[in-house]
Design a protein around this ligand. Structure first.
Ligand SMILES: Cc1cc2nc3c(=O)[nH]c(=O)nc-3n(C[C@H](O)[C@H](O)[C@H](O)COP(=O)(O)OP(=O)(O)OC[C@H]3O[C@@H](n4cnc5c(N)ncnc54)[C@H](O)[C@@H]3O)c2cc1C
Ligand code: SF4
Length: 458
């Protein structure tokens, strides 16, 4: 087996330093298997010169698929997901995709959390039990699994230092490795999560606490996206933990939904929506990303929620789902950042960022740039949501209840500013009708808009 290592990729875009580390570590640890040869190339097209190359595992992105075709490689079945393209086709044929239907089909097909054809516990989801704010004393969950660095980390770190000396620019800080980057490590990280953290995954899935950057999340997106951990094994083992009485159903269902549901769903949507999808810009959002965001630099930020999420990106190349969607994403949506730039930033800055995972998550779900193909309404929210689900606001100079004044919360004011700006585009959407009626009843909307037009720091 041949594994191509192409470090010139790091010259094309500013990768997070820890992401580059994880990629090189994963490739080189895999190459310790005697059946594998690591080949260092200047670009992927040089694979044409590798003797005897005949097959490739079906690539997960368009450029790599085109490359495999151009090299006349025979394709082995896709790996790394809970469903195949045939499963997707049998689900979608002609209808508008919907996560819930796709997820239920996957549960039935994989016989996951099913009892005689019915969902375990008599319901398909337990979301009502899974939206608990962070308790004052913290969630009290055991730390995430942390790898023991070894000689390969030292080798990779030296190589990345050398690349920096030759002018390659990485994003974010280096730091002790936090994520599994070999198959052995991935398996240990999974077992640790199942044993110590899965049970609390559900209740605190959406909660944010500035004292705890990982909460009860699994940190398994990295090894799954690097192809080191089979998601079917992950969901099957999570189910076994429930059947063995080690984790509550609401947590296990919520976790399985993220993987067999959302993760596969966004992968199939990458292909389903086509190559032009990332060019959509329904809300005509054309603001450039501010430097503090593109450089992942929280130093000048006063807004506690933004500063915490950007610090996590700088320090770990990771923030959890609600920080991505409801803090960073919500901010980008409200401030009208250009969708393509935002999409690229998420790919570069996150250790688990890939070109297949991002379009549906960023162009669709987060920025509503596809005009509703992915989500039925924009995920815009004011400070009240962040205040409910976090402990940020009590430690912030802004007031989540205020939309006007020096201490007006940039999310609360930003929400009304966003609604006002986009009301024409949103007025045909019945799920926005309450919000638009509230907008019409606001007496100070003109002042809010004028105030937000002048805001140049957060
Ligand atoms: C704006 C935005 C950007 C995102 N960028 C990425 C990304 O670059 N890479 C990535 O893998 N996920 C991404 N996600 C999805 C999700 O936020 C991450 O998968 C998750 O935070 C990773 O941490 P974890 O492994 O601890 O996840 P957990 O909270 O433990 O969840 C378990 C697993 O579910 C899967 N998952 C859950 N939601 C999604 C989703 N919406 N899309 C894909 N997989 C999902 C992941 O594989 C994750 O490991 C993004 C979501 C948003 C809204
Ligand atoms: S007050 Fe507003 S800006 Fe400050 S932490 Fe709360 S939501 Fe964020």
């Amino acid at each position: 087996m041949v594994l191509p290592e192409v470090t010139s990729q790091f010259r094309k875009r500013p990768y997070h330093r820890q992401k580059a580390h994880l990629i090189l570590y994963a490739l080189r640890s895999r190459a310790r298997d005697e059946r594998v040869t690591l080949v260092s190339l200047d670009n992927y097209r040089e694979l044409a010169g590798v003797e005897g190359l005949s097959h490739a595992i079906t690539p997960t992105t368009r450029p790599m698929l085109k490359l495999a075709h151009s090299l006349n490689l025979e394709l082995e079945p896709l790996r790394g997901f809970c469903s195949t393209s045939a499963d997707w086709e049998s689900y979608v044929h002609g209808k508008k995709p919907k996560l819930e239907d796709f997820y239920r089909q996957s549960r039935r097909r994989l016989d996951l959390l099913m009892n005689a054809g019915e969902p375990a516990g008599g319901a398909w989801n337990f979301d009502a039990e899974n939206r608990v704010p962070p308790p004052k004393e913290g969630i009290g969950v055991e730390s995430h699994w942390i790898p023991q660095e070894d000689d390969l980390d030292v080798e990779v770190r030296a190589e990345l230092d050398e690349l920096e000396r030759t002018g390659v620019r990485f994003l974010g800080n280096d730091g002790p490795r936090q994520f599994a980057a070999s198959a052995k490590e991935a398996s240990a990280a999974l077992e640790h999560f199942l044993e110590h953290r899965l049970d609390l995954f559900g209740p605190y899935e959406d909660a944010m606490d500035y004292r705890d950057w990982t909460m009860s999340h699994s940190l398994l997106s990295v090894p799954m996206n690097l192809g080191l951990l089979d998601p079917i094994e992950v969901v099957k083992k999570a189910e076994s933990a429930f059947r063995a009485g080690k984790a509550r159903l609401s947590s296990v269902e919520g976790f399985i939904r993220q993987i067999a549901g959302w993760r596969d769903y966004v992968f199939h949507l990458y292909w389903h929506f086509g190559e032009e999808y990332t060019k959509h810009n329904y809300l005509e959002a054309d603001e450039q990303l501010p430097e503090w965001l593109s450089n992942a630099d929280p130093e000048q930020l006063e807004a506690k929620c933004l500063s915490d999420a950007v610090s996590n990106v700088r320090d770990y190349g990771w923030a959890h789902h609600i920080q991505r969607l409801m803090v960073l994403g919500n901010h980008a949506l409200q401030r009208g950042y250009n969708p393509q730039q935002t999409n690229d930033w998420f790919i570069d800055a996150f250790v688990d960022g890939t070109s297949w995972v991002m379009p549906a998550n960023v162009i669709g779900m987060t920025l509503y740039a596809d005009g509703g193909a992915m989500s039925t309404k924009p995920y815009a929210a004011g400070g009240a949501y962040i205040n409910r689900m976090s402990n940020y606001c009590s430690d912030c100079p802004f007031d989540p209840k205020k939309r006007l004044g020096e201490d007006a919360c940039p999310f609360t004011a930003g929400y009304w500013n966003f609604m006002n700006k986009n009301q024409e585009k949103l007025k045909g959407n019945f799920r926005m009708s309450n919000a638009l009626s509230s907008l019409r009843r606001l007496s100070d909307v003109g002042e809010v808009v004028a105030q937000e037009a002048k805001r140049n720091s957060f």
